[in-house]
Write a new protein. Structure first.
Length: 385
């Protein structure tokens, strides 16, 4: 039996992490016995640990999926492991659907495989049963670059809406620069199909979490392709922060475009793919202590950056390599955990591998620590302590 003192000591259980991962790699037997919203169970024969001359405590193998408080109990010769989280959700972005696309355009996009990818997306995400799903924008192939005819654009909207309607979990989203009609630069058709914030909207997704959805394409999208962070955005976000701080509820900010550049920029410039006014936005997030994580898409790259006491999480596109999305967990003790899940899309993967312009895979997927990572967020812990 596992001592009750261990059950009540999350620090001791966290210390098992390295050992658990090593034992998993060595082939310790484990099988999943169920999954629910925010909770996962697995079982490992206690006898395996005992006959190996090891304390049963190191049978805490579920850590490779989740971080957070773990409760362990021995029942009928098995150790049952429970990982409980404040919230577990999916973040996906840049799905760029084009009905019957005639070409793939620039890497890593595989537009001609859109139907296969979207079918796999719905199946994979529903199988995970997340608390909710968030889309970071660029559902479509409107706006610049593609020159989509209006009738094709609107058919693509209807097709994407049909995929989204098949999600079992609550769905939230924001527009990207390619979600407007390429012929008129209007977002009207998109906003009729999807709940879109006029500027910035705050959703209470649970009793312990709020999401601020920022629409940064409220001005001239043709001129400012990465959007603009305006006075109104700033005022609304600061107001949302005051409200969240008053009740000690963490706030996540989601916008389509990047905040941080990926290289040196000239004075007065934002950097490629960064929202206009990025420096001001970064200062506002720094000032707003309820904002624990900022999520973006746009550049089709996986990247995680720690700034002071919060995170900025950029995510690669789902329509192209590495064909995936993030599973995010936030625990009651302030831990952020992200796992990047890759879709099983054999036709798209094979076609991508045959491209001459595919580029370096590592460029799109990011380093391993940009895909799967556990990070303690001081702001999150402080708000919930």
């Amino acid at each position: 039996m596992v001592p009750e003192s261990v059950n009540e000591n999350p620090l001791l259980l966290r210390a098992c992490r390295t050992t658990a991962l090593r034992k998993l790699e060595e082939g310790w037997p484990m099988r999943s016995v169920g999954q629910g919203k925010g909770v996962v169970f697995a079982e490992v024969p206690i006898s395996f640990g005992l006959t190996s001359g090891l304390n049963p405590i190191i049978c805490v193998l579920l850590w490779f999926l989740y971080s957070g408080f773990l409760c362990v109990s021995a029942v009928k010769g098995f150790i049952f492991i429970k990982a409980d989280h404040m919230n577990r959700f999916v973040f996906l972005t840049d799905t760029h659907y084009w009905t019957n696309a005639p070409a793939d355009f620039s890497a890593p996009k595989m537009l001609t495989c859109g139907a296969e990818i979207h079918e796999a997306m719905v199946s994979a995400i529903n199988a995970m049963d997340p608390d909710f799903i968030f889309h970071g924008g660029d559902f479509l192939c409107g706006g610049s670059s593609f020159d989509l005819p209006t009738e094709v654009f609107e058919q693509s909207i209807r097709d994407v809406r049909s995929y989204v309607d098949r999600f079992a979990a609550p769905f939230y989203g924001i527009p990207g620069n390619h979600d407007c009609d390429a012929q008129t630069w209007s977002f009207e058709s998109f906003t009729e199909a999807f709940d879109t914030p006029e500027v910035l909207a705050v959703d209470q997704v649970s009793d312990k979490l709020r999401i601020a959805r920022a629409n940064v394409f409220t001005g001239d999208t043709k001129q400012w392709g990465a959007g603009e962070w305006t006075d109104q955005h700033d005022e609304l976000l600061r107001e949302a922060n005051r409200d969240a701080m008053a009740v000690s509820v963490p706030l996540l900010l989601c916008l389509h475009s990047w905040i941080l550049p990926d290289g040196p920029v000239k004075e007065g410039e934002e950097g490629r793919g960064c929202v206009r006014g990025a420096a001001r936005l970064l200062q506002t997030v720094t000032d707003c202590a309820s904002i624990c994580v900022v999520f973006t898409g746009h550049r089709h790259l996986n990247r995680i950056t720690t700034i002071r006491d919060f995170l900025i999480v950029d995510t690669s596109c789902l329509i192209g390599y590495p064909f995936g999305f993030r599973e995010i967990s936030l625990s009651d003790d302030g831990w952020f955990s992200t796992t990047f899940h890759r879709l099983t899309v054999p036709q798209a993967s094979e076609a991508y591998g045959q491209r001459d312009d595919a580029g370096e895979d590592a460029h799109w997927e990011g380093q391993p620590h940009h895909q799967n990572r556990d990070i303690l967020i001081p702001r999150l812990r402080n708000l919930l302590s």
